[in-house]
Design a protein around this ligand. Structure first.
Ligand SMILES: Cc1cc2nc3c(=O)[nH]c(=O)nc-3n(C[C@H](O)[C@H](O)[C@H](O)COP(=O)(O)OP(=O)(O)OC[C@H]3O[C@@H](n4cnc5c(N)ncnc54)[C@H](O)[C@@H]3O)c2cc1C
Length: 445
């Protein structure tokens, strides 16, 4: 197979990248699962934006503070300054966000934000944004979307990426040559026992980068979300009780129903405090009280959470719910520059798979959708510019064809062995660092 741009991943970063690329390019988007099974669809709380110029310094400071000041300042600046353009794009595609009576955007707040600056659509903001992007992409005749098609490796020579090896839905293996390849393959939650992520998100970009000596950045920076619904079945995907619930006033209690912590601490500190309290009380969870939020706000803003708790046997209007921290987000990833270029020529990485340093050591709530979109857009713009400059080596297409026709498929044939090898590569990258949070509870190491 031949294409101009191959994108692995149909979450918000992969789709927005496809939308921002020139229409005269053939774009192929592949996804390991179906088109809507990705973390972008799960995002509940919302997406940050620069609501007015006067909030710039405070937004910048909140992001830096949550990130322990290890953030790349220029990435943070780019993200914040580009946010109004991205929101304009989303609105122009038809995405609906909560509005005030005068029609202006309404903003909510989450932990570690010093003001309301998060746009939202009930508690299903990610679904609203990503289904809108998907609808737009599906209108494009230059974009082909292939479900249940997995990128199992890249085609590489002399640190230049020429496309990928893929597994098709029937299990057959094939090659795709591409001028540019974009890894938009999401996070690492599938490596963990307790995670809010889809289980098929197993850090494939990290593993493939490790295999090909592509530079990584902060691979040990893994975020644990403080509040997910406690279940006795650890193999279930952990259901998130959004931070904005705490932003709206929810309280956390120990086993004696006493409040033990400031609920709006940054995620890493709050998770730590909850783990400490659970150890002290010898419990598997703490209690979260949503009754402190006006019933109408609960019903209107958090219908999905209310319904999930009801299905699990809890009436949030009358009783507390059990919550526990779980793996949630990957701040580290494949190292990229401000245009989302990796250390390998013609290989871009966007979204949660990438690390441009924007989040530092810990992500501020609701900065992830924004970061994914801003830097996916920059990747698309850069590819378009490179193409105009005719920056490709003259014999690139010949090398690509040669590589594609000489692939030894043997190492990719046994899917289980390949998954274990990649699992090992990804977990090795995460555990090599110094951050103990990230090491907790891998499925198997
Ligand atoms: C429960 C939950 C709530 C969240 N809430 C918020 C929020 O309120 N605000 C916020 O900003 N962020 C939130 N986040 C984080 C945010 O949703 C993600 O960081 C973001 O959506 C990641 O987008 P992505 O495009 O990088 O990856 P994803 O949306 O996860 O997409 C990854 C894609 O890659 C595909 N893929 C993976 N491996 C391969 C492979 N080898 N070959 C081909 N395809 C592959 C997958 O099938 C999928 O299509 C939340 C996350 C979760 C899990």
């Amino acid at each position: 197979m031949k294409t101009d741009i191959l994108i692995a991943g149909s979450g918000c970063s992969g789709l927005y990248c496809a939308l921002q690329l020139p229409r005269d390019k053939k774009i192929t988007v592949i996804t390991k699962s179906d088109l809507t099974s990705n973390d972008s669809f799960l995002a509940q709380g919302g997406m940050c934006m620069l609501k007015e110029q006067s909030d710039y310094d405070s937004f910048f400071e909140d992001t830096m503070k949550a990130g322990h000041y290890e953030n790349d300042k220029k990435s943070v600046e780019i993200m914040i300054k580009t946010s109004p353009e991205v929101v304009r794009d989303l609105v122009s595609y038809g995405a609906q966000f909560e509005r005030n009576e005068d029609g202006s955007l309404a903003y909510t707040k989450e932990g570690a934000h010093s003001t309301n600056r998060i746009i939202f659509h009930e508690d299903v903001t990610g679904k609203e944004i990503t289904s809108t992007l998907l609808r737009e992409v599906q209108k494009l005749s230059n974009v082909e979307l292939l479900e249940y098609t997995t990128l199992v490796d890249i085609l590489e020579k002399d640190n230049h990426c020429y496309g990928a090896v893929i597994r098709r839905p029937d299990g057959s293996l094939d090659t795709v040559t591409a001028t540019y390849t974009v890894l938009a393959s999401g996070g690492v939650g599938g490596l963990y026992r307790h995670s809010t992520n889809f289980r098929h998100l197993t850090g494939d970009a990290l593993a493939i980068a490790g295999k090909h000596n592509i530079e990584l950045q902060n691979p040990d920076y893994v975020q644990i979300h403080p509040t997910t619904f406690y279940t006795r079945h650890p193999e279930d995907r952990s259901f998130l009780i959004s931070e904005s619930v705490r932003g709206e006033g929810a309280r956390l209690y120990d086993k004696n129903m006493n409040r033990f912590v400031n609920e709006l601490l940054p995620r890493d500190l709050l998770s730590q405090k909850i783990h400490e309290q659970m150890a002290k009380d010898d419990t598997d969870f703490v209690w979260e009280d949503l009754r402190t939020i006006p019933a109408e706000t609960l019903r209107h803003h958090f219908p999905n959470i209310v319904e999930h708790c009801r299905e699990m046997g809890y009436d949030v209007f009358k009783e507390c719910i059990p919550v526990v921290p779980a793996q949630h987000y990957f701040m580290g990833g494949v190292k990229v520059d401000y245009q989302s270029r990796s250390s390998m020529e013609n290989l871009y990485v966007v979204g949660e798979a990438a690390c441009n340093g924007v989040h530092g050591k810990n992500r501020l709530a609701s900065n992830s959708l924004l970061e994914s979109l801003v830097f996916a857009r920059r990747a698309a713009q850069d590819m378009a510019e490179q193409d105009l400059k005719n920056a490709l080596p003259q014999n690139a297409s010949k090398i690509a064809d040669y590589l594609a026709s000489h692939v030894d498929f043997t190492p990719y044939q046994d899917i289980q062995t390949l998954a274990e090898t990649y699992h090992h590569l990804a977990t090795q990258a995460i555990t090599l660092g110094q951050n103990p949070e990230g090491r907790k509870e891998f499925l198997y190491v």
